[in-house]
Design a protein around this ligand. Structure first.
Ligand SMILES: C[S@@+](CC[C@H](N)C(=O)[O-])C[C@H]1O[C@@H](n2cnc3c(N)ncnc32)[C@H](O)[C@@H]1O
Length: 427
């Protein structure tokens, strides 16, 4: 056992340093970091006073100082749903975990902590997870893991990630309690908003679009909104949700998007041009949209004259602007009492108390506070990751949101690190 002051960790795939912040708060000292991105390396130096090594694959592992814990938020893109699901087959980043194993095998730290999307547990029929457990077992480690979201530790962000702790076999360590934390006070998103600091205004077109959807909700006075989508192209549509086997002559008797007649279509191409975008590829509506299609058509059946008129004024710049995905309160049909996210699948309305997961792949999905006509700010995003104590942020908003979306939640890390310290490392 060591004394409090002697605990050391290394930070691989360091990014902004979510692991660094968490372990630092739990009393550990960082003795080495590694990060391939030049800009993130500069920031790491400014924020944490360590210049990381660049590419892990070129690292001479003997030069790494002695340490108790390896932290590694290995790149998740090959494993996330948003990525291409190549998993361990990915020739480059899918195998970067091998470098972590190489370092662990040489230095034999007490613990290795990994973080990634929960998908790694099941991807490729579980074969990546099997690979991981086998490889760690070969070098003498067992794994314990738990899927945890910041919302469970008092931070208002839904962001499920798997935290894995590897520990040396035969070390009489019972790690089953490493993920047991003291209950944290529940915090609403309202508590982390800071209106004093700059934030990006919502574009006028989107402001108008939200007003227009709200007008529909006000005018229809829906008593309750189910967790379904209002799919505007279905207003007036009658086509069968699966028309793969239909002859062109039969298809002509139906109505396409917004009730447009298909009677005069001479070819399938003519038909498909008049159909909602989500039917064009497979000539059918995907299963997950069936409920929403039925719901939208039933609303249309009761309000056809109004909706025909309303549809004419709806902004149609993007297909996704024509779908309102309701994940908000069922009995509060007011967009402005919610959060909004402009997603590829539609305009998503979310409960106001908890932000959706910050994601790195696209800055267009930054959550919107509709009653303030603005996006959440960089500082607010940092608070959602428990990284608001950083002195230096990336140079642009886009880069900040990308790095925040890539980062590990430092609060969860701090809680795990404190458990490691108290339960297993400090005498
Ligand atoms: C999922 S992010 C981890 C973020 C980090 N845990 C944090 O809290 O910000 C993965 C990081 O690995 C870095 N990376 C990717 N390939 C690398 C390589 N070959 N060597 C070192 N770093 C790499 C990326 O630039 C990215 O910052």
């Amino acid at each position: 056992m060591k004394t409090y002051k002697q605990l050391k960790f290394i930070d691989l795939f360091a990014g902004l340093g979510g692991f660094h912040v968490g372990f630092d708060k739990a009393g550990f000292e960082c003795v080495f970091a590694c990060e391939i991105d030049d800009h993130l390396r500069d920031l790491y130096k400014q924020n944490h006073n360590i210049t990381p090594h660049d590419d892990i694959r070129t690292l001479d592992i003997e030069t790494i100082p002695e340490h108790d814990v390896i932290c590694a938020g290995f790149p998740c893109q090959p494993f996330s749903l948003a990525g291409k699901k190549k998993g361990a087959k990915c020739p480059e980043s899918g195998r970067l975990i091998d470098d972590v194993i190489r370092i662990a095998n040489h230095h034999k730290p007490k613990f290795i902590i990994l973080e990634n999307v929960p998908n790694i547990l099941t991807i490729a029929e579980g074969s990546f997870w099997e690979y991981l457990t086998e490889k760690f077992s070969e070098i003498g480690y067992n794994l314990e893991y738990k899927v945890i979201s910041p919302v469970e530790v008092g931070i208002p962000q839904n962001r499920k990630r798997v935290f894995i702790v590897a520990y040396q076999k035969g070390s009489d360590v019972d790690l089953s309690t490493v993920f047991n934390f003291m209950p944290q006070e529940e915090v609403s998103l309202e508590n982390i908003l800071n209106r004093e600091l700059p934030s990006k205004a919502l574009e006028d077109k989107k402001v108008d679009l939200l007003k227009y959807w709200q007008k529909l909700l006000d005018d229809l006075k829906l008593p309750e909104i189910p967790a379904l989508s209002l799919v505007a192209p279905e207003f007036g549509a009658t086509y069968p949700i699966d028309f793969t086997g239909l002859a062109l002559s039969e298809m002509k008797s139906y109505k396409g998007a917004y009730g447009v007649s298909l009677t005069n279509c001479d070819t399938w191409q003519d038909v498909l041009e008049r159909m909602p975008s989500y039917t064009r590829k497979n000539k059918r509506v995907a299963n997950w949209l069936h409920g929403s299609i039925q719901y939208s058509r039933s609303i249309y059946a009761q309000n056809s004259a109004y909706l025909d008129q309303w549809s004419k004024g709806l902004g149609k710049d993007f297909n996704s602007w024509q779908i309102l995905e309701w994940r908000g309160q069922r009995n509060v049909a007011d967009i402005y009492q919610h959060l909004v996210q402009f997603r590829a699948s539609g305009i998503r309305i979310l409960k106001r108390e908890i932000a959706p997961s910050l994601i790195s792949m696209t800055p267009t999905q930054i959550p919107v506070i509709p009653n303030e006509n603005r996006y959440i700010s960089e500082f607010e995003a940092a608070r959602l990751q428990f990284l608001d104590g950083l002195k230096a942020f990336p140079e642009t908003t886009t880069k900040t949101f990308k790095a925040m979306g890539n980062a590990v939640n430092a609060k969860i890390v701090e809680l795990i690190a404190s458990n490691l310290r108290e339960k297993f490392l400090v005498s």
